[in-house]
Design a protein around this ligand. Structure first.
Ligand code: ADP
Ligand code: ZN
Ligand code: ZN
Length: 765
């Protein structure tokens, strides 16, 4: 194909989407000899004094008036990079989520490819990266061999290097070679300089998920259960359907074998020559799922990870694009991996909030996957034990096809859940606290579990030692200077930490207000529970899993493997232990406080609580012994807690959907959260009032404006935040109102404040 140039097509003006948080359109001039870029192709343009990588949108008739049109400096992609559907998807996302198109288009490229020119990175696809490799030593005759041994005899380390290189079958990366032989790279260099081994740069495919540290043990699985077989058959029927994307809701109780259904669904799609995308909420916590896919598909899997370096991400991206890896697994942004058409998209734990991006574009990957499937006539599988209310409602309305796995593998029973009422804490009562966070009842259960040689999980959704620090004399509470939020006390290191902005300071010796010495730590954190358990069970092997213990690469998988190997008796952790843990040794799950999420001032507080409790309870009883669960709570009558204890998803759904209807919250209405923020309190309050007035001046059918009001998290990272909620019956009315707002954004909030539009918010904090 000969690419047409701007001159032959008679074009000069071109719209370019820039990756900037601005709602304006940008027009540039294409030079006569430049190739006309395909929609979505990267171009380099000047913007102010900077050079930016933007995305070609298309030719335009005329430029905005009184603007000096600057030239497109370079067209980076001569061939189209985005498929037509990908470009349509990008445009739909920009419109739906009220986001600048350039910020959306960027998602379809690996990050290194869209750096601003001059930010240090080239903005070009990089070549396959190269690293030094040690090459195998060729065959030597006896004389050559003896000569080499002689020459190296006085340097035993060098001799070892030479011997190891002689045993190689193929080139090996120098770093891996050094690890295996136990020498430094300097030794290898010395042997190479003496000419006994060869070291050369060779291309590498970097995929950190190939290292054993990343993986966890995978058990052989038997034939599909009847439920699994029915679900897989339904997916296959959907794959064979020639028209219309289909979404299947796979609701399977905990331990029912959902992952196996995903694996079979993906297998069916790729066996027919298709591609597949598997989304997991947090790839760092997904080692068990990744390991299962790796066991089935080996190198045909590319793992995308936000923790990857640009180069690593680029490699995975290239393998997906070139088809070596027809299966891509990753967090939400893996939805934009360059697979062309995705025949099947799996969304694991589809109810998880991690699928929502918390910066512009604030897309929800689950919903974008469903839309993508309608564009590509493909199949989406939304899997969960506790589907989001929206998903369950869509299934009820016939939009999604419901599939149910109603039994645990091996007909294991769901665990018994006991509710322990913390308000009844009399001496001798089950609710009496015998150690920080541990009631008499929980202690008894721990005694039994440990003496039977089983494992226990203790769940508390707050890391650190205590929730806050308070002065007993004057009531002072340690607060974050940047956020209007109390600081959490951490032991080791001994300091106060803000869980929102990561501000840290040393723990004071005395109250800064009254100089009183009675500083008290209030409210429990995982560190304190860990300490309490250690004091009670000095012989038990105890570990903790939360953000503070999983900072290092693969530490999550490491702790998981230690649990698999029964090297840990009690694991204390945050919601990290609620998800995806499939450990047959766990006989007891103790929920230290079932109430933490219930107190959040958010319309999804009950749903979150139910989901978290149901998920964490589902970790017990996956082995031969029946499981047992204890919920400690001050609110033993709350439906979110009683239905979770009864494993009653439908009961919770019926109750909660009523509440949402009465308050006109999703899924009964469509919602958008408009947040105005800035450093000055008064200016923010004035700006948000103008926003609310603007919305009210343009009444639309079925649109309600609620507020303005300060956000529940009123000050975060040094910015004051106020918001307006928009509730609508019709999605299109909502979209019209939001775009109208976006177009007037600058005049409404001014240069010093920022407006953020969150359509379909997962929380309104
Ligand atoms: P879920 O995600 O639904 O909680 P998992 O996918 O983790 O459940 O499966 C639970 C356990 O059952 C896993 O250990 C898995 O290996 C095992 N398993 C799944 N399917 C089968 C099967 N058909 N036969 C035997 N074991 C199975
Ligand atoms: Zn004080
Ligand atoms: Zn803070």
């Amino acid at each position: 194909m000969t690419a047409s140039t701007a001159e032959t097509a008679g074009l000069t003006l071109f719209e370019v989407a820039l990756p900037l948080p601005l709602y304006r359109r940008f027009t540039y001039r294409l030079k006569g000899d430049q190739t006309i870029p395909a929609p979505g192709a990267r171009v380099v343009v000047g913007f102010g004094r900077r050079r930016l990588v933007g995305f070609a949108v298309g030719p335009v008739e005329r430029a905005p008036e009184d603007v000096r049109v600057r030239p497109i400096l370079e067209v980076l992609d001569a061939e189209p990079v985005l498929s037509e559907t990908e470009w349509r998807l990008a445009r739909w996302m920009a419109r739906y989520y009220v986001a600048p198109l350039g910020l959306v288009a960027r998602l379809f490229y690996p990050p290194g490819a869209t750096y601003s020119v001059g930010e240090g990175a080239p903005g070009r696809p990089t070549r396959a990266p190269e690293r030094l490799h040690v090459l195998p030593v060729g065959e030597l005759d006896e004389v050559g061999e003896a000569a080499a041994r002689d020459a190296l005899a006085r340097a035993p380390a060098q001799l070892r290097v030479w011997e190891a290189a002689r045993d190689l079958d193929a080139p090996i990366e120098r770093s891996a070679f050094c690890d295996a032989v136990g020498v430094s790279s300097g030794v290898v260099r010395a042997v190479a300089q003496r000419g006994f081994v060869q070291v050369e740069p060779r291309p590498v495919t970097r995929d950190p998920y190939r290292t054993p540290q990343a993986l966890t043990a995978v058990e052989e699985e038997g034939p599909l259960t009847a439920d699994q077989a029915a679900a897989v058959a339904a997916v296959k029927r959907a794959l064979d359907e020639p028209e219309g994307g289909q979404t299947l809701m796979l609701r399977g109780i905990t331990g029912s074998g959902k992952t196996r259904v995903y694996v079979e669904a993906v297998d069916a799609a790729v066996s027919a020559g298709g591609r597949a995308i598997v989304l997991v909420p947090e790839i760092g916590l997904a080692s068990p799922v990744v390991s299962r896919f790796r066991a089935r598909f080996g190198d045909r899997l590319a793992v995308l990870h936000s923790g990857l370096s640009d180069g690593e991400r680029h490699d995975a991206w290239r393998r997906a694009r070139e088809g070596q890896a027809p299966i891509v697994i990753g967090a939400r942004s893996a939805l934009f991996a360059p697979v062309g058409r995705a025949a099947v998209i799996v969304v694991d734990e589809e109810h998880e909030t991690a699928y929502k991006q918390d910066e512009t574009p604030r897309y929800l990957a689950r919903d974008v996957a469903v839309y993508r499937a309608t564009l590509e006539n493909s199949v989406v599988v939304l899997g969960s034990a506790t589907p989001a209310l929206e998903t369950r409602t869509n299934a009820g309305a016939g939009k999604y096809q419901p599939l149910v796995l109603s039994k645990r593998i091996g007909d294991r029973p769901l665990p018994e859940v006991e509710i322990v009422d913390l308000t009844k804490g009399d001496e001798g009562a089950p609710g009496e606290t015998v150690a920080p966070g541990i009631t008499r009842r929980l202690a008894e259960a721990l005694d039994e579990t440990l003496s039977a040689g089983h494992q226990a999980l203790l769940f508390l959704n707050r890391r650190g030692f205590s929730a806050f620090v308070q002065c007993l004399d004057c009531g002072w509470v340690a607060m974050c200077p940047e956020c209007r939020i109390s600081l959490t006390y951490h032991r080791r290191p001994h300091e106060l930490l803000c869980h929102y902005c990561a501000h840290r300071e040393t723990m004071p010796d005395a109250c800064p207000e009254c100089r009183g010495r009675g500083l008290d730590t209030r409210g429990l954190g995982t560190q304190q529970v860990e300490r309490a358990v250690a004091a009670r069970y000095p012989d038990a092997r105890i570990a903790r899993m939360d953000l503070d213990t999983t900072g290092a690469k693969w530490s999550h998988a490491r702790i998981y493997r230690a649990m698999q190997a029964r090297e840990i008796d009690v694991l204390v952790g945050t919601q990290m232990i609620a998800k995806g843990f499939d450990l047959p040794g766990v006989a007891l799950v103790g929920v230290v406080s079932a109430d933490t999420a219930l107190h959040l001032p958010d319309f999804r507080a009950a749903e979150r609580t139910f989901q978290l409790l149901a998920q964490v309870a589902g970790r017990a009883g996956r082995g031969d012994q029946p499981g047992r669960v204890i919920f400690q709570t001050y609110l033993p009558e709350r439906p979110a807690i009683t239905t979770a204890a009864g494993h009653d998803y439908e009961g919770f759904y019926r109750h909660e959907i009523d509440d949402r209807q009465q308050l006109a919250y999703p899924p009964s209405a469509r919602l958008a959260n408009v947040v105005v923020s800035g450093s000055a309190d008064d200016a923010v309050a004035e700006a948000v009032a103008r926003v609310a007035d603007h919305l009210r001046e343009r009444p639309a059918a079925g649109l309600a404006v609620v507020g303005p009001a300060p956000c529940p998290l009123e000050r975060l990272r040094g910015r004051t935040r106020h918001h307006v909620l928009l509730k609508a019956v019709s999605p299109s009315e909502l979209e019209r109102a939001l775009w109208d707002l976006a177009r007037h954004e600058q005049s409404l909030v001014g240069a010093n404040n920022r407006i953020e539009i969150d359509r379909d918010p997962l929380n309104v904090l």
